[in-house]
Design a protein around this ligand. Structure first.
Ligand SMILES: [Zn+2]
Length: 158
């Protein structure tokens, strides 16, 4: 099994577990909407390792801040984008209809674009491994859907 396939299987299991743990009751996959996916993405932020400065931070806009700050760590946009790509494929591989694929909806694309913009304006602070990873993920997974998005992609600088 390729690295991509095993990662996809792991992501799919994680998402399934997340739906199962919803309160007051587990959400069956057939009832899963983009709202559950958005909540899942926000939930993942607590495990993130990317510092995205808040607008009030003195280091806002600085890619390499000279001192630590209290801004929260988040998931990198590139990781979320790649994750959504894998889950979108997994959903259909598990019998989900492409027309009802919650991972392929406009609100998810919008969320990802907002996260991406936040990282751009806030400046990025990451270690080299993460940079490398993000560049790799971006080049493999990023499929521009509009001229606007394509332009945005070119703007990425580390
Ligand atoms: Zn900060």
């Amino acid at each position: 099994m390729s690295r991509y396939e095993s990662q996809k299987r792991r992501d799919w299991n994680t998402f399934g577990q997340y739906l199962k743990n919803q309160t007051p009751a587990a959400v069956p996959l057939s009832h899963c909407t983009f709202n559950h996916v958005l909540d899942f993405l926000r939930y993942l932020d607590q495990f993130g390792k990317t510092k995205v400065h808040l607008p009030g931070c003195v280091f806002f806009g600085q890619p390499d801040p000279p001192a630590p700050c209290t801004c929260p760590l988040r998931q990198a946009w590139g990781s979320l984008d790649a994750l959504i790509g894998r889950l979108r494929a997994a959903f259909e591989e598990h019998g989900g209809s492409p027309d009802q694929n919650p991972f392929a909806t406009a609100p998810i694309r919008l969320y990802l674009r907002e996260e991406y913009t936040k990282e751009l304006v806030a400046g990025l602070s990451r270690n080299d491994t993460e940079k490398e990873h993000l560049l790799k993920v971006s080049s493999l997974q990023f499929q521009p859907q509009s001229p606007h998005k394509r332009n945005s992609n070119i703007v990425i600088k580390f």
